[in-house]
Ligand binder design. Structure first.
Ligand SMILES: Nc1ncnc2c1ncn2[C@@H]1O[C@H](COP(=O)(O)OP(=O)(O)OP(=O)(O)O)[C@@H](O)[C@H]1O
Ligand SMILES: [Mg+2]
Length: 219
């Protein structure tokens, strides 16, 4: 295995008025290709901030993030977008679904940007997350768990090398959570790298590796 993602001395400060929040404090991590990593820690410990850095959605205040040979923390937005679309599927903590588009359309958006062919993959992914019968609904017409599964399907549609998921099972009952986790597991068997934030310690234990974050530091 070789490292696919590296965080080197990553610090992230958020300035809120007179207050500075040290959300990440000198983090060093190396994630191997094909690894399955759980990120756990209390609310506010910096998990989402870390995922945003690893996924190239935000830049560190100090330090560097490398995706393969690319220093993504230093990259211009345009170039970064191309790499991100190709390499990363990202499941946001609050889904980020577009409210005026149906489930099927939301899932299809990354295809438009990547230029990949719709070779039936939308139906396949809908099937995988169990949403075939909800494909024509708007986000406002489906449940929280179904929104979560829509976000998961959208992250899978381009078949990315790296899947980054912020609490992907947070709104799901234990049976659905386990089935989504098993789906991630099977994706991981295909040499894909998976990073998931979870409060579910049962699921975290099943990952190959577990990173504990507290106060912006890895314990
Ligand atoms: N945009 C922002 N501006 C200012 N402070 C922020 C911002 N985003 C996060 N923070 C702060 O940074 C710290 C880390 O937040 P983060 O969202 O990474 O935590 P988390 O571990 O994901 O928590 P949760 O489990 O509740 O999702 C918190 O103190 C939070 O209040
Ligand atoms: Mg979070």
């Amino acid at each position: 295995m070789s490292a696919i993602l590296n965080a080197v001395g990553v610090t992230k400060l958020y300035i809120r008025g007179a207050e500075t929040v040290r959300a990440l404090d000198n983090i060093n991590i190396s994630i191997e290709r094909g690894d399955m990593v759980a990120v756990v820690g209390p609310s506010g410990s910096g998990k989402t901030t870390l995922l945003n850095m690893l996924g190239g959605f935000d830049k560190p205040t100090n330090g560097s993030i490398y995706l393969k040979e690319f220093e993504i923390s230093n990259m211009k937005e345009k170039e970064l977008n191309l790499i991100r679309r190709k390499e990363i599927g990202y499941i946001f903590q609050n889904f980020h679904l577009l409210p005026t588009l149906t489930v099927r359309e939301n899932i299809s958006i990354p295809l438009i940007f990547s230029g990949k062919k719709e070779d039936g993959r939308v139906e396949r992914v809908l099937e995988v997350v169990g949403l075939s019968n909800r494909a024509n609904h708007l986000p406002s017409q489906i449940s929280g768990g179904e929104m979560q599964r829509t976000a998961i399907a959208r992250a899978l549609i381009n078949d990315p090398e790296i899947l980054i998921a912020d609490e992907p099972t947070g709104n799901l009952d234990s049976e659905m959570a386990l089935s989504i986790f098993n789906l991630f597991n099977s994706i991981n068997q295909q040499e894909k790298t998976i990073i998931i934030v979870t409060h579910n310690l049962e699921l975290a234990k099943k990952c190959r590796r577990c990173l504990h974050i507290k106060d912006g530091r890895i314990e």
